[in-house]
Structures are given as C-alpha cells and as structure tokens.
Write a protein that binds this ligand. Sequence first.
Ligand code: C2E
Ligand code: MG
Ligand code: MG
Ligand code: MG
Length: 291
Amino acid sequence: KVKNSGRNSFLVFDEKMRAETTLQMSLEHNLRTAVHEQLMEVYYQPIVDAMGLVLGFEALLRWHDSVHGQVSPAQFIPIAERNGLIVPLGNWVLAQACAQAAEWRRQGNKLSKMSVNVSSAQLSHDKFVGVVLATLKETGLPPELLDLELTEGVMIENHGQTQQTLELLRKFGVRLSIDDFGTGYSSLSYLRELPVHTLKIDRAFVTDIEHSIEARTLVEGMIDMARSLNLRIVAEGVENRQQMDILIAAGCDQIQGFHISKAVPAEAAGRLMAVKEPTPERQSLAVWNIA
Ligand code: C2E
Ligand code: MG
Ligand code: MG
Ligand code: MG
C-alpha cells in the first residue's frame, strides 16, 4: 500500500462512513419492528397561555430502542420519511393523540388543542384527509381541537395539491399551524395564501432574547407581523421566565418550552392539566416544572 496522508484520510473517512451506514441500517431495521409492534410512546408537551394555563399539548414521539437506547425523533423521523414508515407511524401518533385528548375532555378537563406533527409524505398521501376525518370520528374529538403542525417547506411543496388538501382539512374545521417558522427558505407571500391559523416561532428566534436587543427586536417583528395577519402565535423553546415575559409583553399568545415543562408521558401531562387556577404570579410556573 502507498503510504501518504491523503490516502490515510480517505481510509479514515471510509471507516466513518461504514460505521455510519451500519448504524443507519440497524436503526432502520429496529425502527421497522418498533412501528409494527407499536413499541413507541407518545409524550405530551404543554402549551400555555399568557397566564400560564395549559391550553393544550404537542404530541411528540419517543422511542427507546433495546440496542440504541433513547433515539431522538430528529434522528429516526428522517429515516421513517425515506422508507415510507412515516405514514403508518404518523397515523398511529394521530390516533393516540386524538384518543388521549378526547379522553381528557371526557374527564372534564378544559383542553383547547392537541397539536400533531405531520410530515410531507403523510400530507401528500392520497388517503390523508380520510384518515384524519376517520380518526376524529372514531375518537370523538371535535375537529377544532386538532391542530396539525406543518413546516414551511411542507406547506409550499407541490403547491396546488398541498393547498387543496389543507383547504379541505380547514373546511372540516381542523386547525393548521406552521411549525419552526422562520427557519425555512420560503418567501413570506405564502402566509397570505395558506389557510393557516397559527404560527409557531422556532426556538432559534427565542434563544438569547433576554440578552440581545437584536434578537429581541427580530422576535417582536415576527410577532407584530403575525398579529397583523390575524394569526395566533406560539413561541417554541422558551426556557426561562425572562423570555416568557418578553414574549408575552410583545403580544405572543402561547408559550411552549422547558420553562413550562418538557414533553412528558400522558399520565404526567394529565396532572399538569389538573392545575386549574392561575396563581397571581406566573412565577408559580416553577412548580409545574416537573420534568
Ligand atoms: P418540533 O415539532 O419543532 O418539536 C419541538 C421540539 O423542540 C421537540 O423536540 C421538543 O422536545 C423540543 N423542545 C421543546 N421545548 C424546548 C426548549 O425549551 N428547549 C429546547 N432545547 N428544546 C425544546 P423532539 O421531541 O426531540 O422532536 C424533534 C422534532 O422531531 C420535532 O420538532 C418534529 O419535527 C419531529 N417529530 C417529533 N414527533 C413527531 C411525530 O410524531 N411526527 C412527525 N412527523 N415528526 C415528529
Ligand atoms: Mg412541532
Ligand atoms: Mg417546532
Ligand atoms: Mg423543530
């Protein structure tokens, strides 16, 4: 073998790629089993209003694999999107979340929304609207309580078809949110055209607002724009009291983030909802920080 550093770095690179490929294949294999045997769990992260009252939850998938341990959705969702597993998996999350929300309401809890993430492959699947309506019917959840979260990219992909699907869902009363707002590459003009109800400001725009005047000005501008378009606004990734106060003062309607709680199993989420009265000081939110 010829020894030179160039070739050695190729070998190292090759080893890394091999390891990465092996990991991906193993994850994909285990993911298939996990989906088919329903080994995943849906966790719920509370979304609160300006008073700190729980309005609803975002359903977030959690997967504990026997070999790989806890695997982040950021890692397995892209795999599921590539191999088509996202469709059965997404339908399963939707069914779990709707059934849970309906159950909480039957128990007498005030709950005004259950947010569920939807991938591009799900939305473009021709049975998607049918699946959503069937799920609502089976679980008895009123359509106005279901909030489907889509990213900017998904919203504007194959525009005509997507827009029709979204309009149909909206006509049936389902709510639509733009997730991770501000991180896409799209122009803002689509905001006028799409039948969306809520805008979720990505946590990248929340980070540092308590320290940086520029960061704060930017997020305030986003909130003003959304308000003038008559959209509800959720701030994601709110991690402390100062951030929450700035966002509420700027006119943000709803808050989601570790300052309130991480995503927790259904049982713990139910307990968060049981806190019915807002205490005079939002400071008391600290006691909700059970995670
Ligand atoms: P997302 O929809 O934007 O969800 C919010 C993510 O931010 C969640 O990560 C949540 O745990 C995290 N987060 C919430 N508050 C804070 C905070 O204060 N600080 C920080 N640092 N992070 C916070 P998670 O659960 O790891 O999910 C990552 C992404 O995976 C989600 O981003 C979503 O795009 C996707 N995902 C999760 N569950 C599903 C699902 O059921 N279906 C689909 N299609 N995608 C899902
Ligand atoms: Mg989301
Ligand atoms: Mg998001
Ligand atoms: Mg995100």
